[in-house]
Design a binder for this molecule. Sequence first.
Ligand SMILES: [Cu+2]
Length: 440
Amino acid sequence: MDRRDLLKTGALIGGLVALGGSQANATESRWDKAYAGDPNRPVLEPGLPNRDYTPVITPMGSSLPWKIVDGVKVYHLIAEEVWNEFASGLKAKCWGYNGEVHGPTIEAVDGDRIRIYVTNKLKAPTSVHWHGVYLPSGMDGVGGLNQRAIQPGETFKYEWTVRQSGTYMYHSHHDEMTQMAMGMLGMMVFHPRKPDSDYKVDRDFAIMLSEWRIDPGTTTPNPNEMTDFNVLTMNAKCYPGIEPLVAKLGDRVRIRFGNLSAMDHHPIHLHGHYFKITATDGGRIPKSGQWPETTVLVPVGTTRDVEFVASEPGDWAMHCHMTHHLMNQMGHDFPNVVGMDKGNIDRKIRQLLPAYMTMGEDGMGEHGVHIEAGHMPVPKNSIPMVGAQGPFDYITMGGMFTILKVRENLKNYDDPGWYDNPPGTVADVASEDELRRDLG
Ligand SMILES: [Cu+2]
């Protein structure tokens, strides 16, 4: 090989490298296009529920109504004070939208032109950010950066053409620490224009995860809390205030989780099934990249869609797997009395405090039962430790806990009550005969 050949070879290799590079760029721009859509895409005819998409179910909430004005979907969001009942026994004066905490779910279709009026009925200025959404910078809603704050009494107008589909969120982006802690959050769902069979489901739930600090006896969430949250919610309710999710055997189910908690990620675990993680707030995950799980970590400031077939009849727990997120206004800074021999300490202390009761030497499980039975007084407007009575016994979880109810026969999707287990399929005390036979 002489010098000339060497140069030729070098040029050939250089050419190949250049070719490879441009191919990679082409792939990347195709990818971007698939995800961002065309910024100059034409506005399409407004997508209609039940014709172009199956509406999302927001348990214990609703979807924001809209009307069409000259081909534009028009919504009206009203920021205001809202009394929210987290579960029976606990109410607080929160900040939300349109009489709801959190705000109603905003639904639209890829290609829709949408116009959202935001009226501020709070005493404080506010703004609304549309999380994960492609829109003009001036519509992004960050107070001070993209717009001036909406003053009390003012109505602002946000408008853009939807050019994406997936699960997103909206929330206040002015005095974020206060306003988000007070409840100013909501889910946002953009449906694909032409859903493929992969996207279609029978039950499509939207659940916002959030956390609050509400001291027993008080009625205002405390936005100054940094670490010690004591009310953990799905759609601003805590168990037993959370409705079950109901599905027919064989239904395809999607659950869209959003997390706008102040400080915590939530690993949500579903019993009896595995699901695939199919989308984030960055869009739908290509099929080859979806993987099966039984727990999905929903980090703060993200959404995660999971999909599964309701394949097992029964009552299946679905809950955050952080155990402290399953307690309602859990007592903190308690001395650890697990395993303590309390002797006659209760009798002695009752001479000074008649209602005194040492609890916790066998764990916290008994608290809820005692509170509900009225043995143990609790401060007004509080639900410390409370779970709920289940079909067999007391369920010792509160907070971010609910139940997926899968049934073979359903007339509608109302709560069908507790599962009627087939005979011989419930764990129960072993008989003497069985013990002798199997354990000797
Ligand atoms: Cu959690």
